[in-house]
Design a protein around this ligand. Structure first.
Ligand SMILES: NC(=O)c1ccc[n+]([C@@H]2O[C@H](COP(=O)([O-])OP(=O)(O)OC[C@H]3O[C@@H](n4cnc5c(N)ncnc54)[C@H](O)[C@@H]3O)[C@@H](O)[C@H]2O)c1
Length: 226
């Protein structure tokens, strides 16, 4: 059964990593709910296919190629979204280099090029998305950031140290960001469109103190890790 979501029609949402998997499914659902969606991904052809499928289903979407590993490319994605739809209301940071993760076996055997790659894409890329989108959100008096985490951030397991470290870092970056800058930064292990809708419907007000200072009290996230 598909449950309808309230409060989403007309929202402008960037899905950063929307060519395949969870990002593509979320982008399509957001389109079906009446959002204008920017389908961002390093995989240009697949991103275009996601956007085309969304438009064919009656929604609004544009594809934009970008690379989470390159902060200037992230900045260009956000600028493109704001210019295309006259602003940005929300971002779903979901992209990850899962190919690199497959070679991420053990600390003793770690290849530091692989470690750096996972950090550049899966962690710093999310921070870059927050860095460049938050001024856009604040220029519209607020918005929503949802960062995709993983159970790997919380569980012990004998593999994927770089992936788990990046995901744990995302949780910390989300919470630090939500406590001083944005209305909401959600950290989610498994995020479906309904929980994204929950996050987008209930933005917290940004106070003057939080806008000015680096350290307000920690705020609760609306999409909590499971
Ligand atoms: N699938 C799961 O079971 C699961 C569980 C927990 C968390 N996650 C997280 O969910 C997210 C999506 O996972 P998925 O299973 O849908 O994987 P996926 O590989 O289908 O999707 C990842 C997307 O990120 C894109 N991407 C890769 N490198 C990029 C880069 N440098 N710049 C921009 N985009 C890039 C890929 O092209 C792809 O479209 C990831 O953050 C993953 O860690 C997945």
């Amino acid at each position: 059964m598909t449950v309808g979501l309230r409060g989403l029609p007309g929202k402008i949402v960037v899905v950063a990593g929307a060519a395949t998997g969870i990002g593509a499914a979320t982008a399509k659902r957001l389109g079906a709910e009446g959002c204008s969606v920017v389908v961002g991904d390093v995989a240009a052809e697949a991103a275009q296919q996601t956007a085309d499928a969304l438009v064919a289903a009656g929604g609004q979407a544009v594809a934009r190629t970008f690379d989470l590993a390159d902060p200037s490319s992230v900045a260009a994605l956000i600028e493109f979204a704001a210019a295309t739809y006259s602003g940005v209301d929300a971002i779903f940071n979901v992209g990850a280099d899962m190919g690199a993760v497959r070679a991420d076996t053990d600390v003793v055997d770690i290849d530091f090029e692989l470690w750096d790659r996972v950090m550049a894409v899966n962690l710093r890329g999310y921070v870059a998305c927050m860095k460049y989108v938050i001024p856009q959100l604040l220029s519209r008096s607020g918005g929503v950031v949802v960062d995709m985490s993983s159970a790997a951030a919380f569980q012990g397991e004998p593999a994927r140290p770089a992936y788990a470290t990046a995901k744990a870092g995302i949780g910390k970056a989300s919470r630090r960001t939500s406590s001083c800058r944005a209305k909401i930064a959600g950290s989610a292990q498994q995020l479906d469109a309904r929980r994204l809708g929950d996050a987008m419907r209930a933005p917290r007000r940004l106070t003057a103190d939080r806008r000015a200072g680096p350290a307000g009290p920690p705020s609760r996230t609306s999409a909590r890790p499971r």
